[in-house]
Write a protein that binds this ligand. Structure first.
Ligand SMILES: [Zn+2]
Ligand SMILES: [Zn+2]
Length: 132
């Protein structure tokens, strides 16, 4: 299974091989700040399956143990990874076919902006969610 996507300006293209492990909406304050959006939807892939057919992403250490990849040209936020982890998260909105990645749950809901109404019926977690 292959998923492809890229940034707004086209300088970066990525390819993620392997079965996605999960898809979730994150309401944490760090995702909010680094993207400028109230919630960020992520799809999780095996780290070893990610490659960059075009360009090399810029990196931001967002915490002591996590790194985020983005485009230095247009600012599109693409990847979150806990340093050394065997899986990483890719922004669903940067996929060529975001409609194919259906969210399964919400995480870090205690910091959700209160005016954002959730009526999708998906499970909500106060932390990283199931399996983590
Ligand atoms: Zn770009
Ligand atoms: Zn987050």
């Amino acid at each position: 299974m292959t998923h492809e996507g890229g940034c707004f300006c086209g300088k970066l293209r990525y390819r993620a091989e392997g079965r996605p492990l999960r898809v979730m909406h994150c309401h944490c304050t760090i995702c909010r700040r680094v993207t400028g959006a109230p919630v960020v939807t992520w799809i999780t892939f095996p780290t070893k399956g990610l490659s960059w057919p075009k360009g090399e992403p810029a990196r931001l250490k967002s915490t002591a143990s996590a790194t985020r990849y983005f485009c230095a040209g247009c600012g599109t936020h693409l990847v979150f990874v806990i340093d050394g982890a065997e899986e990483l998260d890719v922004t669903v909105a940067s996929l060529d076919h975001p409609e194919a990645a259906k969210p399964e749950h919400h995480i870090f809901v205690t910091t959700r902006v209160p005016w954002l109404q959730l009526s999708d019926g998906l499970p909500e977690y106060v932390d990283w969610g199931p399996d983590l």
